[in-house]
Write a protein of this length. Sequence first.
Length: 209
Amino acid sequence: MINVCLADNYPVVHFGVKSYFKEHPEISVVSNVGSFFMVPDALRNKEINVLIIDLELDGLKSIYELKAIIKNFPKTKVLIFSNLNEQIYASNAIKAGVAGYVHKSAKLETLGTTIIRVHQGLIMMSESLKKNLALISKQNKSERLYRKLSNREIEVLRFLCDGKKNNEISKTLGLNEKTISTYKLRLLQKLNVTNLVDLVNKAKTLDIV
C-alpha cells in the first residue's frame, strides 16, 4: 500500500481526495495537513511514501523549502498538485527534485496513476509539458530567457504581483534587499518591460501568476 500525505489549504480538497481513494487497492491517504509548518511532523509521525502538496500551501514561501523536505525525507516522493500554470512551474519544480506535477484541473484518476508511478521512481509530467520543454530547448538563448524564469525569479515575481515591496520580499525569502532588486531587474529584462506596472501585467498575460 502507498501511504499518502495530502498538504492543501482547502478542506474540500482533503475531503474529495480522501473520499476518492477510500477504497483504492494501492493508495491510502493516511495524513492530511493544512499548512507547510505541519508537513515535517506529518512525515516524521508516519511512514509517508508520497507527499501531495500545493505550491500555494499556507506557509510555503519558496520552492527551496521543498528541496529541504526532499533532502530530509529521502524516502518520500514529493508530488505537486496545484492550480498554478504547469508550463511555468512544473519544470522548475522537477529540477528542484519534485517527482511529478499534476494540475488540479486533471481527473483524480490521473492523480492516482501519477502517485503510483512516482512511487515506482518515475518522474511524471504531462505530454504537453514534455513537448513544450522540447520546443524551448530548440530556441535560441534570448527566446529561452523570455520563456523560462528561474525558481527565485518566479517567486519574486509572485510577491511583486501581490504588491509586496523589496524589503518585505527580502524578509520573507531571507535574502538581501539588494538581491531582490537584482531579481527585479532581471525580470524586467527577461519579460521585456520597463516598469513594475507593465511587469505585473505581463506576468498576468503569460499566466505566471
